[in-house]
Design a protein around this ligand. Structure first.
Ligand SMILES: NC(=O)c1ccc[n+]([C@@H]2O[C@H](COP(=O)([O-])OP(=O)(O)OC[C@H]3O[C@@H](n4cnc5c(N)ncnc54)[C@H](OP(=O)(O)O)[C@@H]3O)[C@@H](O)[C@H]2O)c1
Length: 241
């Protein structure tokens, strides 16, 4: 129970990687604040955590809406661990990228993360401790045709990690960069591309949400007490080819 007494807010925890991260952090003893747009799925994740003997509550918020982001920060209260995981990945070739989707990508993936952190990090600084884990993607550093805008949002996140690791005294800020992960959204939208990426990965397969969640736990917990400003690739070796 290494996270006993700590509160962890995991954005985008009604599904996929965030949901597994919420479960893993709760299993380590943290009280978890689950959030997403779907109250139904948030309640389900809270029930799962409670069924496993953990403690959780949920706050419904749309990360595309700055008012909701501010309300989420207020309703979450003081947190010790912030996992900035919520993200969308509607891909399009650059010439076909609509302005609306471009703006939504930056609003959800970058603007929400920025202002949620801006609201919560000062309380961590005042307390002299805290851990922030930003979820990026190997796409930030590797060229993926058709994912230009998405990749740019993730590159922005990695830059924010480096700045915040220096700016927020006493708070560790790190990035986890997943490769292709078999979440429901990926499997529903582009199963062939995911399988192809998996096959071309040194480990020969896509990742599972739980494997990313374990890396989030490592960076969120005192196990990584001297890791700050780092980017942990959890991609089966995809980024080294
Ligand atoms: N899966 C991959 O292959 C992969 C690879 C690299 C990086 N990543 C990154 O990992 C993170 C999670 O990906 P995933 O595959 O687990 O995604 P997912 O299964 O699609 O889940 C996305 C989560 O984000 C929430 N979300 C989406 N839009 C939101 C909004 N406007 N407001 C509030 N919450 C919102 C969703 O909740 P609601 O639907 O309830 O709103 C859901 O909980 C993302 O940042 C993604 O870029 C994923």
């Amino acid at each position: 129970m290494e996270l006993k007494g700590q509160v962890a807010l995991v954005t985008g925890s009604t599904a996929g990687i965030g949901r597994e991260a919420a479960r893993v952090l709760a299993a380590a003893g943290a009280e978890v604040v689950v959030t997403g747009r779907s109250a139904e799925r948030a309640a389900e994740v809270v029930r799962e955590i409670e069924g496993d003997g953990g403690v959780a509550r949920f706050v419904v918020a749309d990360m595309a809406d700055l008012g909701d982001v501010r309300r989420l920060a207020e309703e979450a209260g003081e947190v010790d661990i912030l996992v900035n995981n919520a993200g969308i990945y509607p891909f399009a070739p650059t010439a076909e990228q609509s302005v609306e989707t471009f703006e939504l990508l930056f609003d959800v993936n970058v603007r929400a993360l920025f202002f949620l952190t801006a609201a919560l990090a000062p309380k961590m600084v005042a307390k002299g401790s805290g851990s922030i884990v930003n979820v990026s993607s190997t796409a930030a550093a590797v060229g993926f045709p058709g994912a230009a805008a998405y990749s740019a949002t993730k590159a922005a996140i990695e830059s924010l990690t480096r700045t915040w690791a220096m700016e927020f005294e006493g708070v560790r800020v790190n990035t986890v960069s997943p490769g292709a992960v078999a979440t429901d959204t990926v499997l529903a939208n582009n199963p062939d591309a995911a399988e192809q990426i998996g096959k071309s990965t040194p480990l020969g397969r896509v990742g599972q949400a739980r494997e990313i969640a374990e890396a989030v736990l490592f960076l969120a917990s005192p196990r990584s007490s001297y890791v700050n400003g780092a980017n942990l690739l959890v991609d089966g070796g995809r980024a080294i080819i």
